[in-house]
Write a protein that binds this ligand. Structure first.
Ligand code: ATP
Ligand code: MG
Ligand code: FE
Length: 340
């Protein structure tokens, strides 16, 4: 089974050819980061235009690198939400066009389900599984009792973890997206600031990062006002420790309540070394749980992860017709159904 997968929900245009949901024949990712950096974040209108410019060559490159032709394909898959509506529409329109021009079934994929399925390239997903999904727009604990079913058991009440990284990074003068650089600095600093660990001890699986972000910004502004220079490394380390502490604590609490076979770490922030190392340690307490980290190159947005999830939908014959539309605020509830 060969699936041509599309991803264009934010600032990466990506097209991949995936064999049997587990082998990447090609995964072309055209990033727009440089175009958005001077604005300090993604500008939706700029993103849409870049997707339009890039998508055709991404398709061509993807097929060429995979060494396949349209006639070899079994299906076309596309991220239809959540994300920026104008960005999503480019991928959805391209995928529909290819599907109908070549008489192929069209598979709708939830971007967040795609992030989780990046883990499929490490090993098959076994159910029940729990995913810690940490990205630029989401921070969630997702319980999966069977393929294609996703239940959010906890989520952020305000900022997503990646969003908090990007915002505090901006205050430190780090280019968007700041996560990777803050992570690097954190490893050469010490947790001297002891920022708040919000909701760490609450009796649920929810998160909150806006208080941490405010505490960080207040600390930096206060130092500015009194002309004091703070250690960037210690700031980064203190911030990262606070984030990793709450993510790890809530994940452990969820593992205690739900006896799953696997813990999956996925989403852009899953690339964080501090978080990966911390969960590697914590999982020792759960000898029956296999810990799967999304491969580093597949943590950020890409079409290979979309193709892996699409294979599950392909087996369930979850196909849509020309009526497929972008859904910028798509939620997991939908994925519990069997058709669009
Ligand atoms: P969503 O998937 O929720 O729709 P998105 O697609 O914009 O949002 P991703 O591409 O999954 O988000 O992830 C991007 C985020 O990951 C950015 O906020 C970025 O700063 C963060 N990130 C990337 N690498 C690291 C890292 N090493 N440490 C922390 N954060 C990181
Ligand atoms: Mg991105
Ligand atoms: Fe994403």
């Amino acid at each position: 089974t060969l699936i041509l997968a599309f991803e264009s929900s934010c600032d990466e245009t990506s097209v991949a050819v995936i064999k049997n949901g587990q082998e990447i024949l090609s995964n072309i990712v055209a990033t727009q980061i440089k175009s958005h950096q001077r604005f300090g974040g993604v500008v939706p209108e700029v993103a849409s235009r870049h997707h339009i410019e890039q998508i055709t060559s991404c398709i061509d490159d993807s097929l060429e690198q995979a060494g396949v032709d349209y006639t070899d394909l079994s299906a076309v898959a596309v991220t239809y939400g959540p994300g920026l509506v104008g960005a999503l529409l480019v991928g959805v329109t391209a995928a529909k066009t290819v599907a109908f021009a070549h008489g192929l079934p069209l598979i709708p994929v939830n971007h967040m389900a795609g992030h989780i399925y990046a883990a499929r390239y490490v090993q098959p997903i076994e159910f029940p599984a729990l995913a810690l999904l940490v990205s630029g727009g989401h921070t969630e604990l997702v319980l999966m009792n069977e393929p294609g079913k996703f239940e959010i058991i906890g989520e952020t009440r305000d900022d997503a973890a990646g969003e908090a990284y990007d915002k505090i990074g901006r205050v430190m003068g780090i280019n968007y997206p700041a996560g990777k650089e803050v992570d690097r600095l954190a490893h050469i600093g010490t947790d001297t600031f002891k920022f708040p660990r919000a909701m760490d001890k609450t009796d649920d699986f929810d998160f909150s990062f806006s208080g941490l972000k405010s505490a960080f910004i207040n600390t930096v502004h206060h130092a500015d006002q009194i002309g004091e220079t703070l250690s960037r490394e210690n700031l980064a380390c203190s911030f990262q420790q606070a984030v990793v502490d709450v993510l790890a604590d809530k994940t452990k609490k969820a593992l205690q309540k739900y006896p799953v076979k696997q813990l999956i770490l996925a989403g852009g922030v899953a690339a964080n070394k501090g978080l990966r190392d911390r969960l590697d340690q914590e999982i020792q307490e759960f000898p029956n749980v296999t810990f799967i980290k999304a491969p580093l190159p597949l943590c950020g947005d890409n079409a290979a992860m979309i193709g892996a999830e699409a294979y599950v939908e392909y087996q369930r014959k979850n196909f849509v017709g020309a009526k497929l539309n972008a859904d910028p605020s798509l939620e997991f509830d939908w994925a519990k159904g069997t058709s669009a």
